[in-house]
Write a protein that binds this ligand. Sequence first.
Ligand code: XMP
Length: 311
Amino acid sequence: MAVNTAQFIKEKTEELKQAIKDGRALCAVSGGVDSMVAACLAQRAVGENAIVLFLDNGLMRANEASEVAESLKKQKIDLQVWDVQKNFFEALKGIVDPEDKRKAFRDIFYKTLGQAVRSYSADFLIQGTIAADIVETQKGIKTQHNVLAQIGVNPALFGLSILEPLKTLFKDDVRKLAKALGLPQKVYNRKPFPGPGLATRIIGEVTPERVEKIRLATSIVEETITGESIFQVFPVLLNDRATGIVSEKRVLGEIIALRAVESKDAMKASPCKIPWPKLEKVRDRLLKSIPGLVKVVYDITPKPPSTIEYI
Ligand code: XMP
């Protein structure tokens, strides 16, 4: 059943107010619609006692921090930004196994968040967990979703309580809420982007140089391949070399896989039938702009058996 947005906002704001009382709540936002909505609800509930923080971890897309700040300014939320790029790259250094990479990201994320909790003397952590996160975490499909108890992280160790005002909702309803709260279209229509950011779009080691490549590729792909029916579209930097020809000489270069899927709620997905000219256009732009790239492939696997992301 569709959610009654006005009533939901009223109820959740009241619930958060009752829970937080005169304590302080920390809301870590990623720019995604879920965490932005959760932060807006918290701000409505307790005003400045809701601290809204963006961890600039070096794994976000181009201009993400400034766009998040701009969207929240309209909500009269003063975004705090921490530059923690070095810590994240240090934590990910040398790691190639996909699950180890997720674990390393999770560990440094919660370690940093723990520091933020202490530094702002927060009593509560507001998380934008939605129903799909819980379902997939319970099924063991992903370990990175924000359900701390289920991934064996005890919030009490950080001395704080977790509040998850959106955990009964699916994405469609969260988007409706975002619109009703007055967040800009680019937030409520934003396509899903994983918490570990561009680290999920890199097979093998995550280094600043490799992130730079995939960040540029991501901007190109998002600009070139657009459309309402596309649930997600993104490039992935593979971890092998392919033979190419540059200036009539044989070289070994990078491989990028392009993935575009249609989906309702990310539980199942099918590859988009992107028109060939669009694929050619994005291929040409990528080959021209990404240093060392010699091969672009298009992924045609559905979920299942594949997941949407590569790690
Ligand atoms: P998969 O790859 O499991 O992805 O088919 C399903 C949806 O979840 C997103 N995703 C994540 N979102 N943290 C997130 O916040 C994560 O660790 C994560 N991993 C995957 C993915 O982009 C897709 O929309």
